[in-house]
Design a protein around this ligand. Structure first.
Ligand SMILES: NC(=O)CC[C@H](N)C(=O)O
Length: 192
């Protein structure tokens, strides 16, 4: 286990980084917004937040961040949420660049107009009963590959998955008051 508080980078090009930072700080972690390659130095973990994955990709290109982030997500414990999960996926529909750090197939904005946003309660493999999940223009995980553990589902669809030190969910665990996904992520870092 770590003796000092872990330092977690939160990609802050676009989208929902502040609420992640608050959740992490409440759990005793130190946080750093990641906007350029040097911000990745010395991190113990990384969060890729929700937002618009296409906009993030454009901004990454501009900052020369795509390749440094691709390397970082191979070597660091990483939590992707919503758009962040799209960035981690091996296969994205419609096709767009990604870090291919997790063998999953995702379809962007797959829940259709009526279900564009939804708040659901569902069982997960985490301790402590059902988890409130906030979905906003969420991607759907259509397939999981070898070695991927499904920790929660929405109906039949995986919504929280893990492979090794990479964790990804299609909902927004930073919205709302239940810190269990962040706590689980930080626990993975302790074991890393
Ligand atoms: N809340 C979100 O992160 C939505 C993801 C967004 N629809 C995308 O395709 O990137």
């Amino acid at each position: 286990m770590m003796t000092t508080a872990p330092l977690i980078g939160v990609l802050a090009l676009q989208g929902a980084s502040d609420a992640h930072c608050r959740m992490l700080e409440q759990r005793g972690a130190r946080v750093r917004n990641v906007r350029r390659p040097a911000d990745l130095d010395g991190l113990d973990g990384l969060i890729l937040p929700g937002g618009e994955s296409t906009a993030m990709l454009r901004l990454m290109d501009r900052e020369g961040l795509f390749e440094p982030l691709r390397r970082a997500v191979q070597s660091l414990p990483c939590l992707g949420t919503c758009a962040g999960t799209i960035l981690l996926a091996e296969t994205v529909e419609p096709v767009q660049p990604s870090f291919a750090a997790l063998p999953i197939t995702v379809t962007r904005n797959a829940y259709g107009r009526q279900n564009d946003s939804a708040i659901l309660n569902a069982q997960t493999a985490l301790d402590g009963g059902p988890l409130e999940m906030v979905f906003i223009r969420a991607p759907r995980i259509d397939a999981v590959g070898e070695g991927v553990t499904v920790l929660a589902r929405r109906g039949d669809d995986p919504v929280l998955v893990q492979k090794g030190h990479t964790l990804a969910c299609t909902f927004h665990p930073e919205l709302g008051s239940d810190p269990r996904v962040h706590a689980y992520f930080l626990a993975q870092i302790g074991h890393h």
